[in-house]
Write a protein that binds this ligand. Sequence first.
Ligand code: PLP
Length: 453
Amino acid sequence: MKVLLSEEEIPKKWYNILPDLPESLPPPLDKDGNPVKKEDLEVVFAKELIRQEMSDERWIRIPEEVREVYRLWRPTPLFRAVRLERYLKTPARIYYKFESISPAGSHKPNTAVAQAYYNMKEGIERLTTETGAGQWGSALAFGCSMFNLDATIYMVKVSYMQKPFRRILMELWGAEVYPSPSEKTEFGRKILEKDPENPGSLGIAISEAIEDAVTHENTKYTLGSVLNHVLLHQTIIGLEARRQFEEIDDYPDLIVGCIGGGSSFSGLFWPFYYDRVHRNVNVEFLAVEPTACPSVTKGVYTYDHGDTARMTPLLKMHTLGHDFIPPPIHAGGLRYHGMAPTLCLLVKKGIVNARAYNQVEVFDAASIFAKTEGHIPAPEPAHAIKAVIDEAIKCRENGEEKSILFLLCGHGHFDMKAYQDYLEGKLLPYEYPSEEVERSIRRLKELYPWIEF
Ligand SMILES: *Cc1c(COP(=O)(O)O)cnc(C)c1O
């Protein structure tokens, strides 16, 4: 039913995909189109993280102190979804790697712990970040508590008011949590002056967190997805999974994951991509996103900012436009306009496929999974589950005995309001909001006439 590894088998190195990409990654650019200098990034992020961001070393050593913290919940199990297979009457073998058992309940502590560690080593005393519903904020609060760093989290104000549980979790781990826009930063004060009732947004919260970091001594900012070093830390997932498959003498034909910024899915599939490049294995990759925020399936592959306030460098990625505001789907972690540049390049090259589902069909899939496998998925990985169920049904129809692996990247215990809406039939599907996307892409073109589309 499940494959377990011993603590000694926790990988000792992360896998960096950069040297194995089919072509080199387009560099981050500033607003005039010049490549961003390393020194400019070092004001915001720890030096070692910038080094990893640009490293062409294929294997990067995991510090013993980080492995030590990983041991609190790692290695995570690889499950065979036997009951789901039976329910679907499929000849496919379905496996899932289970990241829900981390203290914060998702994959995000894999990088939060590493980022807190490197900052601590460089003498940083406090980290800042933004959080929407609270997944990343709670992971960072936990990571900071492991290395005695202070954490300041700017939480989007509507979520702060409506979703108190993750805020309490952050406070329990010792973090300071502010509803954003806040009185703590100049940017926040400016917004509140104009509009005291402003509900906040991730873009505003990012701007506040960066401003706080660059205007204070021994303080740095952190990000929970999208950037290369974040995805690198997540490869602990795929490296363990690959070892677990060795143990049962199987190998995945298809690997599936949901994508918000692309970190959890990349962490799962990169080590198998390594096998594809260096060992010539046959394995397919499928990324799944919501129809409400279809960055990869409907977005444009071009340069855009990572945040709404245009504080970050321009990254080459699939984007819906930095001021596109996605409909309020329950999978908060997938409501992001952009995507990890590495993932986008692999999509462009036809190495990773992508597909979108609406949230009603996604919750139907989550409900089947909960009834068969017992574990309650977060709304984000439920997108992957929907795709896996569809693929397993195809296998039944074609008599194919495929081996399918997906990532259960978080539990849904804090998402009971979403499940309540689902059970009461109140969920809206939210299909592709094409007009809003076209509008925000048009604005991007007007802002940067020099960008190629
Ligand atoms: C943050 C989050 C996501 C989306 O981020 P990725 O970088 O794409 O992994 C997905 N699922 C969960 C449970 C999350 O917390």
